[in-house]
Ligand binder design. Structure first.
Ligand code: CDP
Ligand code: MG
Length: 756
């Protein structure tokens, strides 16, 4: 469950409006005669720009062609890597000079903390050194990453350096995607994947070495791994652990592992001139675009890296940059230097992500517009200018509402320094900070707050419980999460039936852990079994695990809305998703069918993959594929059983209020329920998204009888008799009782231990 909040940028709004005006039905990229990642500059005259606009008005089919075109290019051009021998490149990295010393320290110690500037070669080289030194003869070398994108792109790079196919000697595994083989020796993976593996094999016997990369990021899963791997280190003498960090807070890691040695990779960095803004900017997106154009037009060679907070801002900035470049080119009589505009964020397809690493052609400047993914996870060579907006997105848990919210926050001073450092890798650089020096000194936190202290712990609680960690409050956390968050997550799991009254895992909870899904989705699948509709629920869960499959190009909004409406199942967005999938299936999973119906074929394909993986898990749990044969009320009941915490009750026109915490929630115009002649009294929703209002995403109408039956702790049939406040009071009392019971148990345990 997540609430996604966005900070408004006037430029983002302006460009959105421009895109949706659709005056000439020309999409912007055609207007500019350009597409993302294309180069704008000297070659393009005003006439050519006009010609481009005339030709290319074929709507989103054009867009599909365009992405295919880019894919082709990305494959053909790993040019830099090939022109300069890869082994030369490897020897040029700072870590190379330290190779033998480093291997010596690893040989002599079970745990080593390695600190090195970003780009020194930790992620790509350490695994290979260990492989060359023979560690892979007796097991895997695993390397964890907090980000999926990093795991994929680094594995690809290392395969290239080793001259093997991706997935052969070197592979990667992320949730729902395993690109490894029996041959694999070096495995990159997200920290979440390794965490799941500990469930099957607590001692991680397959691994000879684990590198916990990017430990300074302190992602939720990394923090849990710290505690788990500490135990593995204690019980397996043959196991080695390397913890890497880009920043200097390595002492803390060393201390956690009983004083493990800290190995510093001698750095090679250049000074970075830092320029603060004199006054704060009202719209940092606009300010960043202006700054980038100023650098491009007046400063010496060197690529630009801009830090933004998320996809929408990045797209806006790229769009605005392209627009300004076109204006400059068409109004200038002189040749204008070329600018290649490259976005990078986690949802960008992998082949487009790869483009940021390619060297631009002679005389062209690259301008990369990134999220904080480029802070430490990905290193691009040749950056001389950094533009830092000073913001980033962070997930924050609201224990009262029991939800995570993704919000824009000022970044920490450590993050700002890390961002600035990206300009000084190949020579002296400049960092333009779009915030004032006083904001840096007085408003920014010195270090980011670790994720474990600010997010929902539902999955972590389930996982630790199934690893037999009886008392979570005693788990060896480097920085323990707030007790309130732990208790609240436990309470949510108790409501779902995953934990019993004294906080132990129920048999339902044990099964839920098997699925790489949020607890609610896992519950929905398992309720499918009870109600005889596994087949249907499986498809819905898979569709909910991928980004929206509906394609809505701005200039063909009406057409695409009409196409979507044809799939609507009036009382349920969940069933609408099921309907889309079933129709795609009966059209032989064809991509042209998707294009005709304004559906993202890649999203549907991903859903199909997810589905088949979940199916494998169901098979291992011996859960047969039952079907309710179009009796769709049964499916809605299964949905209701998993999402009753997200029940809302009708309050006004398309306006609801959450029954548990009273938050107002609105039907989104894209919902199947929006255009209905009537609005159901009770609905459940998948998540709340906060934009202009709190909008519910993916809504299904439910029968109040089901609520009373499935969640008696919340709802009684005599609904009208109990006021909202009564229910709230009851709910708080129940929660306190559970907490007290758990506290009592804890004390008893503590007494028992002290008696021993
Ligand atoms: O982990 P660390 O930041 O120390 O460095 P790295 O990620 O191992 O990067 C070492 C070098 O490999 C850098 O010069 C990167 O530009 C390059 N690299 C690449 O070309 N493609 C990738 N997908 C990853 C790294
Ligand atoms: Mg790295």
């Amino acid at each position: 469950m997540a609430v996604i909040a966005r900070k408004g940028s006037p430029l983002v709004r302006e460009i959105r409006e421009k895109q949706s005006m659709g005056k000439s039905r020309q999409r912007f990229w055609e207007l500019a005669g350009s597409k993302l990642g294309h180069i704008l500059g000297v070659e393009r005259t005003a006439e050519q720009v006009g010609a481009g606009a005339d030709q290319g008005d074929a709507g989103f089919r054009e867009e599909l062609k365009f992405s295919q075109h880019l894919e082709g290019k990305a494959e053909a051009a790993s040019d830099f890597a090939r022109s300069k021998s890869l082994s030369d490149q490897r020897q040029y990295l700072p870590i190379y000079a330290a190779r033998d010393d480093l291997l010596g320290v690893v040989r002599e110690n079970q745990v080593v903390v390695v600190v090195g500037e970003t780009g020194s070669g930790k992620t790509t080289q350490l695994t290979q050194y260990l492989h060359e030194d023979g560690y892979t003869r007796t097991g895997l070398v695993g390397c964890t990453q907090p980000r999926r994108v990093a795991a994929m792109s680094v594995a690809r790079r290392v395969s290239e350096e080793m001259g093997t196919a991706l997935g052969d000697e070197t592979g990667y595994a992320i949730r729902f995607e395993d690109v490894t083989s029996p041959n694999t020796k070096i495995k990159y993976m997200t920290d979440g994947v390794l965490l799941c593996e500990t469930l099957k094999d607590a001692d991680l016997d397959r691994y000879r070495v684990i590198i916990m990369d990017e430990a300074h990021e302190r992602s939720l899963d990394t923090d849990v791994l710290f505690g788990i791997l500490k135990k593995v280190v204690a019980c397996r003498r043959d196991f080695k652990l390397i913890v890497t960090s880009a920043t200097l807070n390595a002492e803390k890691f060393s201390k956690f592992f009983g004083g493990a040695p800290v190995f510093h990779i001698p750095g090679r960095t250049f000074p970075v001139n830092i320029i603060f803004s004199k006054t704060p900017w009202e719209d940092y997106v606009e300010a960043a675009v202006k700054q980038a154009i100023a650098i491009h037009m007046t400063s010496g060679p060197g690529d630009i890296l801009i830090f933004m907070t998320g996809q929408e801002e990045i797209e806006t900035a790229c769009y605005a940059l392209a627009e300004r470049m076109v204006q400059i080119v068409s109004s200038s009589s002189k040749a204008v230097p070329k600018l290649s505009i490259l976005p990078i964020y986690s949802q960008l397809p992998a082949d487009l992500q790869a483009k940021i690493f390619q060297k631009a052609e002679e005389g062209t400047r690259k301008c990369i517009v990134a999220t904080n993914i480029a802070e430490t996870s990905l290193t691009v060579d040749g950056i001389f200018y950094v533009i830092d907006t000073g913001y980033g997105k962070m997930k924050v848990y609201n224990p009262r509402m029991g939800m995570d919210a993704l919000q824009v926050f000022p970044c920490s001073r450590a993050a700002a320094d890390q961002r600035a450092g990206r300009a000084g890798r190949t020579g002296p650089g400049t960092c333009y900070r779009l915030f004032t020096e006083s904001a840096y000194q007085n408003e920014m936190l010195p270090n980011p707050v670790p994720e474990i202290q600010r997010t929902n712990l539902g999955n972590v609680v389930l996982l630790l419980k199934s690893l037999n960690v009886e008392n979570l409050l005693d788990f060896d956390f480097m920085d323990p999460p707030p007790q309130e968050n732990i208790l609240n997550s436990m309470y949510q799991l108790w409501l779902l039936g995953a934990l019993n009254n004294v906080g132990g895992l129920t048999s339902l909870g044990c099964k839920m852990v098997e699925f790489p899904l949020d607890p609610c989705l896992a519950k929905m699948l398992l309720m499918g079994k009870e109600l005889g509709c596994v087949e249907e629920v499986l498809t819905i869960v898979s569709m909910l695990s991928v980004p929206s499959v509906f394609f809505r190009p701005k200039d063909r909004a009406e057409e695409s809305d009409a196409a979507r409406e044809k799939f609507f199942v009036p009382e349920s967005d969940h069933l609408t998703l099921l309907n889309v999938y079933l129709q795609w299936e009966s059209n032989q999973y064809r991509s042209d069918w998707c294009n005709d119906h304004f559906l993202h074929v890649k999203g549907l394909q991903k859903a199909r993959e997810v589905r088949s993986q979940l199916l494998d898990i169901l098979k291992t749990l011996k859960i047969p594929l039952s079907s309710c044969r179009m009796e769709w009320d049964v499916v809605r009941k299964a949905i209701c059983s998993a999402y009753f915490q997200n029940t809302a009750r009708l309050k006004g026109v398309r306006e609801y209020v959450n029954c548990q915490h009273g938050t107002p929630c609105h039907l989104h115009p894209s919902s199947a329920l929006y255009g209905l002649g009537y609005t159901p009294d009770y609905i459940v929703y998948h998540e709340l998204v906060l934009t202009k209002k709190e909008y519910m995403q993916c809504v299904s109408a439910v029968d109040p009888q089901w609520l009373a039956e499935l969640a008696p702790m919340f709802f009684s049939v005599k609904e009208g008799d109990t006021s909202f406040l009564d229910r709230r009071r009851w709910h708080d009392e129940e929660k306190t009782a559970m907490e007290e019971e758990m506290e009592k148990l804890r004390q008893e345990q503590a007494e028992a231990t002290s008696r021993e």
